[in-house]
Design a protein around this ligand. Structure first.
Ligand code: MLT
Length: 332
């Protein structure tokens, strides 16, 4: 490697610089990753549940890495626009993606998916698990789940369900709900459940199945009707809330998991350091408290590894592929 030409101006560079020491390009290499801000791409609208987790995480994560984490919302096609963008981004260690179950459902939902979730990425770690809740606009006449089921049967084809596109968990949860109750619902897509929630609060749509990271404050303040949680067990953040399963929708279970990905061939130094910083960030008291208040659950250490994420992703692809195919839901 050739030395960088140095014009020796002692007042500016000091004695060592005048001697040429520390001015080789290798000196820049001596600064290890990360030397500049890191972009964390979020596939859904700002203010929604994925964004809430990403932005809360960006603070302790940035602290642990000694760099700013820039959260960038890249919207469209239920998360596939963001995943495609990151799959095609430069593998330089400065672009990462946070995504959820949509990474596993997209291969079955999209006939022409422009990326392969199992081969186009480096895997960093899982993040947190988030239960979902079934909510409705405040003035929907049905006050509880039995009333909702009766209302749906009496108003076939008149009730609509907001969601965040094919590949969104709000869509997946809505599909599972429709199948469980045997009633068709008109669906209304948004680019995230942030805007879908605003439409629900404004009374423009009827139903939404969404993550507790967004719905908990709305449920607690009574701004929405609330019919139950989608987990097998009741959750700490909403201890009095029944599960949908215990109210008769047997086996109804949808839990949202999150993973962090980087473009294929991102240097291992970057993914490993990101993983270490993420584990530190997840234990940050302010982050952990906020997540617990919003119903998010910590994941076991075994899932906080690249293999933990990739193996889980593979299992989820195998789990949802046949369910989606049998439901006959596709996008081109
Ligand atoms: C969001 O962040 O808007 C949601 O995660 C979208 C979804 O329902 O998947």
């Amino acid at each position: 490697m050739r030395p960088v030409p140095v014009i020796c101006r002692a007042a500016v560079f000091g004695l060592l610089a005048c001697a040429g020491i520390g001015l080789w390009p290798a000196a820049a290499g001596a600064q290890t990753w990360p030397v500049r801000p890191i972009t964390l791409v979020v596939p859904f609208a700002a203010g929604g549940p994925t964004d809430v987790v990403a932005r809360a995480l960006s603070v302790p994560l940035g602290k642990a890495l000694g760099q700013t984490i820039v959260v960038e919302n890249k919207l469209g096609a239920g998360g596939t626009v963001a995943a495609t963008t990151v799959a095609r981004a430069a593998p330089d260690g400065y672009t990462f993606l946070i995504h959820h179950n949509g990474m596993a459902t997209a291969p079955a939902l999209y006939r022409k998916l422009p990326f392969n979730p199992l081969t186009d990425f480096e895997y960093v770690s899982q993040v947190v698990d988030v239960p979902m809740t079934l909510v409705a606009r405040k003035d929907l006449p049905a006050r509880d789940l039995p009333e909702l089921l009766a209302y749906l049967k009496a108003n076939r084809d008149k009730v609509n369900l907001a969601h965040a596109g094919l590949g969104a968990v709000s869509h997946l949860c809505g599909m599972v709900f429709r199948q469980a109750v045997g009633v068709d619902l008109t669906t209304v897509p948004y680019q995230g459940t942030g805007p879908a929630m605003l439409a629900l609060l404004g009374g423009q749509v009827d139903l939404l199945c969404d993550q507790t990271t967004q719905t908990t404050p709305q449920i607690k303040s009574g701004a929405v009707r609330f019919y139950g949680v989608t987990t097998a067990q009741r959750i700490k953040a909403l201890p009095d809330a029944p599960t949908l399963a215990e109210q008769g929708l047997k086996g109804f279970e949808v839990m949202v998991w999150h993973g962090i990905y980087a473009p294929k061939s991102t240097p291992r130094e970057a993914t490993e350091k990101f993983n270490t910083a993420l584990r530190t960030a997840l234990k940050d008291p302010a982050f952990a408290t906020r997540m617990a208040e919003l119903g998010a659950e910590q994941v076991p250490d075994a899932k906080l590894t690249p293999d933990g994420l990739r193996n889980w992703l593979k299992q989820e692809i195998d789990r949802w592929g046949p369910v989606i195919k049998s439901a006959g839901v596709y996008a081109d």
